[in-house]
Design a protein around this ligand. Sequence first.
Ligand SMILES: Cc1ncc(COP(=O)(O)O)c(C=O)c1O
Length: 360
Amino acid sequence: MPERIYNFSPGPATLPYEVLQQAAKDVVNYRGKGIGLIEMSHRSKDFIAITDEAERLLRELLAIPANYKVLFLQGGASLQFAMVPMNLLGPGKTASYLNTGVWAKKAIKEAKLFGNVQVAYTSEATKFDHVPKDGDYQVDHAAEYLYYVSNNTIYGTEFPGTPKSDKPLVCDMSSDILSRPFDIAPFGLVFAGVQKNMGPAGCTVVIIRGDLLDRTPESVPTMLRYKTHADNGSMFNTPPCFAIYCIGEVLKWLKGLGGLTAIEKMNQEKAALLYQAIDATDFYRGHARPGSRSLMNVTFNLPTPELEAKFIAEATAAGLDGLKGHRSVGGCRASIYNAFPKDGVAKLVEFMREFEKKNR
Ligand SMILES: Cc1ncc(COP(=O)(O)O)c(C=O)c1O
């Protein structure tokens, strides 16, 4: 492998090196067919096979039954903030939302354009340093769905499990999908921008229960209706071909590692290394409360903003890139998605110890 830096970016993020190598070959000449992957018609036999395989692997790894549709869409996870209420919430109807950070707030803002929103819980008063437990909130009895963000990329908080509710769950899993197993049954809809755990930017995966496809009001435009894409196998229009191809390659890699149970164990080990380093000293302070800590994004502060800037600059120079916290919260954030190597986490821990010794 050529010299590579450790990329702690929150997304687009580190991809498996094998996938990058295969993609580099296939972009120029797809499997020796004399045509580059990104030159092929999306209606060609070869590209339809690529899409079918990506969907098949996703269904297999996440154990998605036949009554759910898998869609490969564009517009980013952000378009889902509007598409969800546009399709699932009629005028005068109510949906419940758990406000655990910026991405939830953006979704709440869009939902208000289409119906009533009950914010059943918010952790804003403590800078979104935790996610609620089941007993901490009450969902409106008339709610069409309960919406939450399973992993809050900016704050480094993550729901340790699936919230219990008698309402269909709608979840933004952009930053932790495929990082651990979960049961799809309580979910009406799951979506994820793929640029963190599944591939490059440019595609959003939507998994929607089939019976919800017929709820959409007549007034919703064709491209913004889930049914349009479900009825056309995500090929109503030209899909994000390169991203879909990469998703398939990442899923093959993930299956080869042993699937979600195996990757969960690896993710737990990587995150434990970092949290232990943070907890071992008062020089570093974790942002997320212990019961809400994310396995994907580890957020922490140093004693002063000046030390944080120095830490980030010196880490970058040492080949540890992308550790600056989100502009809205500052501090440091190490994003360690599925494809991020454990060696890189160990290197960061070593760097943290050395930095503390020199700067305490
Ligand atoms: C949890 C979560 N939801 C949504 C988004 C927005 O994704 P996109 O840029 O694809 O619209 C992000 C981006 O980082 C995110 O982390």
